[in-house]
Design a protein around this ligand. Sequence first.
Ligand code: GLA
Length: 394
Amino acid sequence: MDFHQLQQNFERIFQRKEEPRMFFAPGRINLIGEHTDYNGGHVFPASISFGTYALVLPREDRNLRFYSMNFPEVGVRSVSLDELDYKDSDQWTNYPKGMIKLWKENGSPTPFGADILYYGNIPNGAGLSSSASIELVTGVMLEGLYDTAMDRIQMIKLAQRVENEYIGVNSGIMDQFAIGMGKKDHAILLDCQSLTYEYAPIELDQHTIVIMNTNKRRELAGSKYNERRSECERALSDLQKKLSIQSLGDLTEEQFEAHKHFIQNDIDRKRAKHAIYENQRTIKALAELNAGNLEEFGALINASHRSLQQDYEVTGIELDTLVEAAWDQDGVLGARMTGAGFGGCAIAIVEKQLVSTFEKNVNETYQSKIGYVPTFYKASIHDGATELLNEGSL
Ligand code: GLA
């Protein structure tokens, strides 16, 4: 899909010939630091070249007309800027509606309506944050449409509230932050407690990042996700009876080992162990990467997967098969699931020259065990959400 095709679609759907403005927000992968964001720990994500495009033209009335090329069967949905409450029947448009509602409640202007066409090339249900991508592309689109700048961190927090309060998924801030603040060829080490962050160049020498989709949809992900969150919250409140800490991310491995018996429930203790060790692994991973110690960086990535499998229990047979098959290949520095888990995608850091052999072998192993094939994508690390000012950048 190129710029002209998107523009033609816009013209056909909305019957308008003026040239629309175009905005883009990427998806994300997370290199390491999984299920640590809502535990006050660190994450290490990067925004990718797959993402969501939004084309927009202003209207003279206060209506918003939405169309997604990914859901043509839904057709054009029309709502008023003054009636933006969540409705099941509004389907995918609840994401942009939620964003516009909170933009408005924030006191930002909404003087007129708009026609907006969305197109996303993030594989659906792959756990690469298509929903945060829609939220952020809507945010930058609103800035352009109404000629009003919003502080980027404020926009990121607004998008997280859309997810938490409007959609009802209790997710952390990682996805919106990675997509809002992404930088080409860099990952972001973010401390989710203080929101301090630093960019780290991703220099992998002879290696590249391969994204591997299990093609298992992340069903039940929402409810299991919220369950993990409550298990961690219970573990924290047990620990807080003895320790003065704000989040699990405040603890080192040694402090956890010395106090873990205060956590009443065995399951909660395992979940907390993952959150605390994973946070420390993430901090170490940045140090290893900066020092050019790629083997050690890869070993931390592998350890992250094991911990998500054994202690956090969010992997499942599909992700484990994919990651273990990746570990068995030549030229692989490390591999792990990425995102919430329960299906979705994994990443592997693979020697460039061996990528096609890698894909062939992993494909075979996965298909013979799972019964269908995975999909592989090459990830390039992209800038965060922005207006696209020239069509060459599509
Ligand atoms: C999802 C959530 C994030 C984060 C990850 C797990 O992507 O949206 O906030 O919790 O899962 O690391």
